[in-house]
Ligand binder design. Sequence first.
Ligand SMILES: Nc1nc2c(ncn2[C@@H]2O[C@H](COP(=O)(O)OP(=O)(O)OP(=O)(O)O)[C@@H](O)[C@H]2O)c(=O)[nH]1
Ligand SMILES: [Mg+2]
Length: 469
Amino acid sequence: MDSSTIAAVATPEGNGGIGIIRVSGPEAIAAVTAVFRRAFYGQNPSGSDTDAGEGFQSWRMYLGHILDPVSGSLIDEVILVVMHAPHSYTREDVVEIQAHGGSRVLEKILNLLISQGIRPAQPGEFTRRAFINGRMDLTQAEAVADLITARSDAALDMAVSQMTGQLSDVVSSIRQSLVSVFGSLEAAIDFPEAAGDEIDDSGQSLRLSREVFQQINQLREAYESGRFLRQGVQTVIIGRPNVGKSSLMNCLLNQQRTIVTEIPGTTRDCIEASLTTRGVSVLVTDTAGLRKDPDPIERLGIEKTREYMASADIVLHVLDFSRPIDDEDVVIYDQLTDKPVVLVINKADLADHEKVLRLPPAMQEAACMEVSALQGTGIEALKQRIADMVLSSVAVSGPGFIPNWRQKCLLDQAAEAVSKVVSGLESRRLPELISIDLQEGLSAIDEISGRHVETDVLDEIFSRYCVGK
Ligand SMILES: Nc1nc2c(ncn2[C@@H]2O[C@H](COP(=O)(O)OP(=O)(O)OP(=O)(O)O)[C@@H](O)[C@H]2O)c(=O)[nH]1
Ligand SMILES: [Mg+2]
C-alpha cells in the first residue's frame, strides 16, 4: 500500500470563482499547516494573531492565508476543510483548500505543497485510495467516473444508483450464494461418507446455482438493453437525396450544423452531432442520400452511410411528402430488417389536406411521424419518440443500473462457469470437478467487485479518471 501523501487541483482547468486543491495522506495536515496561516476574522494576514500550529477539527472550515514559508509572501486568502482519517473520501487524512479559482494561483499553492514533500496525484488516485481503503467497492468507484461524465439525466440516475451500492449488493448476494454452494462441495470432497453417495441430496446447491445463473443473466440483459444510457443511442438519418435529411438534422440539433441546398446529393459525408432529449443522450448522424447511380464521390459517401446503418441503434428513414414513394425508398427500407426504424415523413408543409402519402404494405408496419424540417413542426414529437424507444427498452430490463463493458465481460465469464456448475450438479459429476467451475465463477464475480483484481486492471480503470478525483 502506497503511504505517500498526494495533492492535486480538483476543480477543472481555467479561471473560476473558486478552485479546490485536495491533499490526502498521512502528511496532509502537516504539509498544509506549513504553508497556511489562520486568520481571525477582521485581522491583518501579516499580523501576529495567527495560530497555524493549532490542531484542526474535522469538518470545520478555517479561514486563513497561504504564505510562501521561505519568502513569507502572501499567495491567496483561502478556506481550509480538514477531514481526519477515516472520516474522509479516501479514509486518509484529507485537507481541501478552497482558493480563488485562477489556474496560476492554484498551481502556486500546489507547488508550495510539493515543496513540503508531497507528490502530485495520478488521475483517479483519490478514488483509487477510497477503493483500496475499503470505502467503496470497484463498481462504486467506477460509478464515480460515470457520475462525472454523465451527459443525460438517465445516465446520471444510473451512476447514482451504482455509486450508492445497488450493483454491489446484487454482486455480493451472488457471491454469498456461490460461497455457500462451494461450502457444500468442499464438505462433500473432505467428508465423502458424510455427504452420502450423492452430492447435493437436498437439491439446495442446484437451486442456489440456478438462481445465481438467473441473476447473472438479468444483469447481462440489463447491459444489452441499457447500453444506450451509457453510450448514447446511435441514430442515423437516411433516405433518398433531397428528402430533407440535413434539414432534419439541423432541426433536431436546433442549429445549422450541416449544409442544406435544393441540389440532390448535397451531403457527401457522414456528419455526427449529439443532443439530449428527455434525459437521453442521442448521437445523430446525417448521411449522404442513397441513390442508384451515384458519382464516384457520392459512392464513397454511400458506403459510409451503409456502415453507419449497420451499427445504428435507431434509424430515421426520411421520406418526402411532396413526392410519391418510389422503388428507391422501398429498396432502402428493405435493408433495415433488423433495426428499429421510424419513417419520418418530411415536408409535411407541402401536403394539402386531402393528400395522404401512400405507403406500400411492407412499410405500413413501421412507426411513422410527420414533420416539416422547414417549419420545425413535429420535431418535438419525434424527439419524444426516440426517447420513448430508448427508455422503454431500459424499463423492461429492470434493475435500475447497467453494468459497464468490463463488468459485462466478467458477467459473461461468470454465466458460463455457473451454467457448467448447474449442469454438473444436475448430472451429479464429481464435486472436485464442479468446484473448479465454481471457482472460475467466483473469481469473475470477485473481479467485478474488486475483491480480487490485478493491479494492471486497476491502472487501466483509474487512468480514465480526471486528476483530482
Ligand atoms: N417545403 C419544405 N422543404 C424542405 C423541408 N425540408 C427540407 N426542405 C428543402 O429540401 C431541400 C433539400 O433539403 P436537404 O436537407 O439538403 O435534403 P437532404 O436529404 O439532406 O439532401 P442530400 O444531402 O442531397 O441527400 C432543400 O431545398 C430544403 O430547404 C420541409 O420540411 N419542407
Ligand atoms: Mg443532406
